[in-house]
Design a protein around this ligand. Structure first.
Ligand code: AHG
Ligand code: MN
Ligand code: MN
Length: 340
């Protein structure tokens, strides 16, 4: 039998052999993985459990919450609050930060998550996921505030997601490349399936919600228009398109076989920088992309360098195969310099 490496063993080796992660961060990642395992079981029950449908409430972004959004949020909080590794948490589903209660020791890390990404796919049995990002709490003052979370994505110390699809797969980076672990349901543990994931630099596959085309800016329109012209156009090759409407699932496909994912700013809500959230969607996914040799941009700068000013800040997202992301960024620069 070939050697099976569990997530636990992988993390212990990252801590012990490579000295890459402190013990508290290892514990944190184990706890997040355990919470994802529980969410996976809830997701799998579907209509046989009590997790389908709307919860009848709205989150801070004005989106209708599904029962599973709330269940996943609670699972992550309950799993993480008592271990002593966290100072506070923040989530798509909570307006403010959640400070670890006084009855538990306070740790040095901050955890952010999108507990359930791709909510519109829950009831139709299409892949969804959990996205997470870990920062260190600034040590220059006691206690913890929302401002402590407002750090650039480049400061993340761990990030990843768990996809609940045909398989449940946890994808992780601690800054040493990207590793994937699939849940072995019989054994109850995540097993390493790929280390050092690499995204091809070129691709013939793009991912964008085409129904928004009339609202796009000229740079995105130009890029997609050139892709659509296929072999006869300036790109000289045919492109394929995929849009799952779960960022987790689209990003996962790109990590597996390349591609470019875009949710750019558009004219529907011109005052918002985009739809997706910087802190718990774009930053963790952007770092995974970079760690796998891809790129992540908002069209004007690297996503990981965007300085957040709010917990639920939104951002324009272009990520995936490096040469394609750079091409889109170049189109933005050309439009900007024509305006100047
Ligand atoms: P969430 O379910 O956490 O609100 O995120 C949904 C996001 C993202 O996963 C996906 O790529 C995008 O919204 C889909 O948006 P459209 O329905 O506008 O295509
Ligand atoms: Mn999401
Ligand atoms: Mn969500």
């Amino acid at each position: 039998m070939s050697k099976r490496i569990s997530l636990t063993r992988y993390l212990v080796e990252q801590q012990r052999v490579d000295g890459l992660i402190p013990g508290q961060l290892r514990l944190l990642l184990e706890v997040v993985a355990r919470a994802c395992k529980r969410i996976s079981f809830e997701v799998n029950k579907g209509a046989l459990g009590d997790a389908m449908g709307s919860a009848g409430s709205e989150n801070v972004q004005g989106e209708v919450q599904k029962k599973l959004d709330i269940i996943a949020n609670e699972v992550l909080i309950e799993a993480n609050e008592w271990g002593g590794h966290l100072a506070a948490m923040a989530s798509e589903e909570m307006e403010g930060i959640y400070i670890v209660p006084n009855r538990y020791p306070q740790g040095e890390y901050l955890l952010m998550f999108d507990p359930l990404d791709g909510s519109s796919n829950i009831d139709v049995n299409v892949s969804i996921g959990t996205i997470f990002s870990v920062l260190e709490k600034p040590q220059d003052h006691p206690g913890v505030t929302e401002a402590d979370f407002l750090q650039q994505g480049a400061k993340q110390v761990a990030a990843g997601y768990c996809i609940y699809g045909p398989q449940t797969t946890l994808v992780l980076t601690v800054g040493d490349g990207v590793a994937m672990f699939t849940l072995d349901r019989e054994q109850g543990s995540f097993i390493l399936i790929e280390e050092n994931v690499k995204i091809p630099e070129d691709t013939k596959e793009f991912s964008i919600n085409m129904s928004n085309m009339r609202h796009w800016d000229p740079s995105i329109k130009r890029y997609i228009d050139e892709c659509l012209q296929g072999e006869e156009g300036p790109r000289g090759k045919n492109f394929n398109m995929r849009w799952i409407a779960s960022m987790v699932a689209d990003v996962h496909r790109i990590l597996c076989r390349g591609g470019i994912f875009m949710y750019p700013w558009d004219k529907r809500e011109p005052n918002k920088p985009g739809k997706l959230r910087l802190m718990y969607e774009a930053n963790p996914m952007g770092w995974l992309m970079e760690q796998a040799g891809g790129a992540a941009s908002n069209g004007h700068q690297r996503i990981l360098e965007v300085q957040p000013t709010q917990l639920h800040e939104r951002v324009s997202v272009i990520m995936g195969s490096k040469n394609e992301v750079e091409r889109v960024a170049r189109y933005y620069t050309e439009v900007d310099s024509n305006k100047a």
